[in-house]
Ligand binder design. Structure first.
Ligand SMILES: [Fe+2]
Ligand SMILES: [Fe+2]
Length: 300
């Protein structure tokens, strides 16, 4: 099968099972012009809604299985969008180097596995993916994805880079409340994300020529994306080292104060606040220190 046929089917499929068809052996050569699809196909129960219609509990809600399910539903939505956007990139960048396109396919397959991991955890908590409204956090950033370099800077070095902190925090929170299966799923996502960020790091350097990587990154992202959105409150430096970042790049990221999509400062997550399942309704703590680290509900 050629990559265009496969990628178009993934983006436009109107069933979840259609999004989860693993890539077969693909012919990555594509002489056709770029195709920039404006929106994905979706089943009715996964139609994209504005962020205000899809509130997500803060990380402090982890001990409550009902809130944990809602958090996992939001994480599954990020995986669904990642699947679609890596397929979208195959269509948008037909002339990119074959090694770049091969990497997009490999990451797409990982994102499919991640979505299935979260679907399994949702099922264990009695929820189906699609039971709650979903936002279009990544789809709303298509204007930041003009070139392969912009794509790796937005997806890999901003969203996935930040997830090196968020997935780690969520895994710790899930383990702290005794849900080891959810913690294991999050740890797997964290592990794979290191490889995804490594892909972006490698291509940042290849595509930026001999520019300094940090300067090239800054020049390739623009507001509201950028380094403030590329990390959580506490930087997992070891994960960045494993992704291959130079110490200078890690130091530059460490020196940036993280912000939420809303532009507010991002405070640290405090494990002591997620240990007790009896500490009340955390959802009212929306402006507190343990708000949902991914909080795409705040973006629009
Ligand atoms: Fe993922
Ligand atoms: Fe990823």
């Amino acid at each position: 099968m050629n990559a265009r046929t496969y990628a178009q089917a993934i983006v436009t499929s109107e069933t979840l099972e259609g999004k989860l068809v693993p890539p077969p052996e693909l012919d990555l050569d594509d002489p056709e012009p770029p195709l920039r699809l404006a929106a994905p196909g979706r089943p009715a129960n996964l139609a994209i809604v504005p962020g205000r219609s899809a509130r997500v509990p803060p990380i402090a809600g982890m001990p409550d299985p009902a809130q944990r399910a809602r958090i996992l539903h939001a994480l599954a939505n990020h995986e669904l969008q990642a699947i679609e956007l890596f397929a979208w990139a195959l269509l948008a960048f037909p002339a990119a180097p074959l090694a770049f396109r091969r990497g997009l396919v490999a990451i797409l397959a990982d994102e499919q596995r991640h979505l299935q991991l979260y679907r399994d955890r949702l099922a264990a908590l009695g929820m189906t993916f699609g039971a709650l409204p979903v936002t279009g956090h990544f789809w709303n950033k298509l204007d930041h994805l003009g070139t392969p370099l912009e794509f790796v800077c937005a997806m890999g070095l901003t969203f996935e880079n930040a997830n090196l902190d968020f997935a780690g925090d969520y895994a710790v929170a899930a383990r702290a409340c005794g849900d080891h299966a959810t913690a294991a799923a999050l740890a797997q996502v964290h592990e794979d994300e290191i490889a995804h960020v490594h892909f972006a790091w490698v291509w940042l350097q290849k595509l930026a020529g001999d520019r300094d990587p940090w300067e090239a990154y800054l020049a390739s992202v623009r507001f509201p994306l950028g380094p403030k959105r590329a990390r959580g409150a506490v930087l997992d430096r070891e994960a960045r080292r494993r992704a291959g970042f130079s110490e200078a790049f890690i130091d530059a990221l460490d020196a940036v104060a993280p912000t939420r999509p809303s532009g507010e400062a991002r405070d640290g997550f405090n494990l002591s606040n997620v240990r007790s399942p009896t500490s009340g309704n955390h959802e009212t703590g929306d402006r507190g220190p343990n708000r949902n680290p991914l909080d795409d509900a705040k973006t629009r």
